[in-house]
Design a protein around this ligand. Sequence first.
Ligand SMILES: *[C@@H]1O[C@H](CO)[C@@H](O)[C@H](O)[C@H]1NC(C)=O
Ligand SMILES: *[C@@H]1O[C@H](CO)[C@@H](O)[C@H](O)[C@H]1NC(C)=O
Ligand SMILES: *[C@@H]1O[C@H](CO)[C@@H](O)[C@H](O)[C@H]1NC(C)=O
Ligand SMILES: *[C@@H]1O[C@H](CO)[C@@H](O)[C@H](O)[C@H]1NC(C)=O
Ligand SMILES: *[C@@H]1O[C@H](CO)[C@@H](O)[C@H](O)[C@H]1NC(C)=O
Ligand SMILES: *[C@@H]1O[C@H](CO)[C@@H](O)[C@H](O)[C@H]1NC(C)=O
Length: 530
Amino acid sequence: MFLAVLYCLLWSFQISSSHFPRACVSSKNLMAKECCPPWTGDGSPCGQLSGRGSCQDILLSNAPTGPQFPFKGVDDRESWPSVFYNRTCQCSGNFMGFNCGNCKFGFGGSNCTEKRLLIRRNIYDLSVPEKNKFFAYLNLAKHTISPVYVIPIGTYGQMNNGSTPMFNDISVYDLFVWMHYYVSRDTLLGGSEIWRDVDFAHEAPGFLPWHRLFLLLWEQEIRELTGDENFTIPYWDWRDAENCDICTDEYLGGRHPENPNLLSPASFFSSWQIICSRSEEYNSRQALCDGTPEGPLIRNPGNHDKTKTPRLPSSADVEFCLTLTQYEAGSMDKTANFSFRNTLEGFANPLTGIADSSRSTMHNALHIYMNGTMSQVQGSANDPIFLLHHAFVDSVFEQWLRRHRPLLEVYPEANAPIGHNRESYMVPFLPLYRNGDFFISSKDLGYDYSYLQDPDPGFYRNYIEPYLEQASRIWPWLLGAALVGAVVAAALAGLSSHLCCHKRRHLQEERQPLLMEKDDYHNLLYQSHL
Ligand SMILES: *[C@@H]1O[C@H](CO)[C@@H](O)[C@H](O)[C@H]1NC(C)=O
Ligand SMILES: *[C@@H]1O[C@H](CO)[C@@H](O)[C@H](O)[C@H]1NC(C)=O
Ligand SMILES: *[C@@H]1O[C@H](CO)[C@@H](O)[C@H](O)[C@H]1NC(C)=O
Ligand SMILES: *[C@@H]1O[C@H](CO)[C@@H](O)[C@H](O)[C@H]1NC(C)=O
Ligand SMILES: *[C@@H]1O[C@H](CO)[C@@H](O)[C@H](O)[C@H]1NC(C)=O
Ligand SMILES: *[C@@H]1O[C@H](CO)[C@@H](O)[C@H](O)[C@H]1NC(C)=O
């Protein structure tokens, strides 16, 4: 008994932020529409006695949304989280979490006053023990029931408007699979009616902020689960990859020798069971995914439809995306032209920025390429490649933010598809986060990417400074050398025009093959269009 209480106490100290806290799913909470659990540090709701936060009415933005979703009052995710709750904890200062028991991203320490900056690294830069530790964490998360969160297994209506709660336990890893399913699932309209053209995290401006928050929360859960306060997700840099080079047993799993759709029995993930992969079945039952195991991970990299996705993204594709100056454009959905978001997401040609519904490029290309669990939006987070892939997509978003330094106003305030306005709260997170909150540099959220880091400040001190010092000591010699140099330069002046022409011709020769390569590539695209 004592141990159980201690266990609960320990866990509630580590409480953080995400979907449906256990503490808020009683019929009492649901009927009152209140989710303001006590912070265990002082036992008061939202840690109010310690000045951490207080229970407040939720203020919803009333900015209009786009025409893509022509309904009102039919989906629990509309005006998130107002169907379930109208009061939550609002935390002050650097506190965060559904009970203000956590620190904001980028802060740590018992009073959340210490600034943190953690680095996400290329998976190939991890040592073998570091890499194996990462896989061990994944496995632990997959097999540990979340002490803090549960998932709803019915709609609000199916719960009789909260009077008969329907919630299930879920593992820490599967909680995230479920959240990704829930945010992208179809709308159940009753009878046999379904609305498919809706997604609270894809095909619209919220795509990048939503997945950014998703990864941050995932890291936070792993840190709490393992006590490894410095844990970060590694990324897979897929630029110019010719195949799935991380699909080996040492990394994310090789191919099964007998069945090309399955993982090799020697891989870390061959025994994993997937959830939330059967959208048609849920739709036909007008039910939600309830987390029941649905079989092994499916993956068959490279077996995809090549006319839709002829290749994986190149460095040139990424570079082109980064030159697009508009974050979002036009109707702000998958038909948007010259939208950085739409091009990086993969609904536009990555060499022109023009929307192209016949192709899956960039981010989408990786999903399609894996030809299995990764390829269906709702179940894709079952495959741990999802995390490494999205970490890299997020790094490209970060590069764009650093290059263009947009004001918050650049993120659309109104008329985006439902759920995607700047002030909309992101589905299905509790406590509440707005899309616009993540339209800032990752350094302000406490993380950076190893390949984007500023050059080491020690570089100047260790290399440039001694060099300048040395130069100052020998300056008379340098001056003399410069004078002699000037005479020699004058003597050589006659030669220079000849050299110049020669050089220009040389440059042209160098550039020719590059141009041809590009033209050939266009032809290839047009051909496969037919
Ligand atoms: C919140 O919901 C409860 C239960 O439906 C209701 O009684 C209360 O008036 C609502 N509060 C606000 C501020 O809307
Ligand atoms: C945190 O804040 C409390 C109350 O202000 C204070 O008593 C305590 O010493 C602080 N702890 C640290 C580690 O700063
Ligand atoms: C739930 O609430 C809706 C809207 O307020 C109402 O129409 C419906 O009858 C309620 N259902 C139940 C089972 O209470
Ligand atoms: C995390 O990193 C900090 C700074 O490098 C170090 O002081 C601390 O011991 C690390 N914590 C763990 C659990 O490794
Ligand atoms: C795998 O690719 C084939 C085409 O090569 C396609 O018909 C099939 O639907 C894909 N499977 C998945 C799960 O994406
Ligand atoms: C995007 O550009 C293409 C080609 O110029 C054009 O046909 C299409 O109508 C444009 N789409 C939108 C939504 O403006």
